[in-house]
Ligand binder design. Sequence first.
Ligand code: DGY
Length: 321
Amino acid sequence: MAKFNVYVTRRIPDKALEILRQRCQVEVNPEDRVLTRDELLAKVAGRDAVLCLLTDTIDDAVLAAAGKQCRIFANYAVGYNNIDVAAATKRGIFISNTPDVLTAATADMAWALLFAVARRVVEGDKFTRAGKFHGWGPLLMLGQEVTGKTVGIIGAGRIGAAFARRAKGFDMKILYTGRSRKPDFERETGATYVDFDTLLREADFISLHVPLTPETHHLIGERELKLMKSTAILINTARGPVVDEKALVAALRQGEIWGAGLDVFENEPALAEGLAELDNVVIPPHLGSATLETRTKMGLVAVENILAALDGRMPPNCLNP
Ligand code: DGY
């Protein structure tokens, strides 16, 4: 019996691919780079399933190019703003994502960024390497205490909630805002629901955990940055376009806020003009889920979704309404 034909748009950890290969004929993009639009259109043609990444734009033309036999595009990410889910639904193609398995790693990264900015870890590291450290100084690179401060969480979904649980360990006051109140989350973490502007005004540190949608595009812009404390630190491990990066650079330059930790960028991988020159930002290259354990689990979840769809079952992480 002919095996199913699956395309993988970029190499992922081997374990998941090995499982896929037991049941399917698998072709993987051999180069460690994003496919061009033309390559993507050509490569998906005739496949039964495609494992795609957040860096692949899956619109109606790509779905059409895949063909009528195609059952699923399984995104190797929890975010799926790169996919036109409505178009896929019209064409009868499943779309899936990889929730849960990357929650801890992403929440950890938000904390890594918060500490790195508050305690000036990266700036200090550069200083030492540049040979500028001439001995301990009482006023050398003073940062901000994290323990006991107020943290504001925008979006208390899976990752926001994991971020809040970690805040408890630092005796912090936790504020949150989002579409609705979450009584279980409040009971578990002691978090207080406040409106958006109150959170912006009162939080010492603000961490973004919302998906990118038309409603959250530029959720943080000039107005919101002005409402924040001049000592505030903004953390973004969600999606770049949630923040107006140009407005952020201006606010950081003018000292309207104290610093920012950004794992994601508005026009990734490009950076807003001036961002990389600022000392008060820490800017890793979208590494939120980047541990071997998590990226392996994401692969396993994506493959589970593919195999379910190929078996004629509903993928466990189906995103079609
Ligand atoms: C996601 O999954 O959406 C992250 O941004 C990358 O792991």
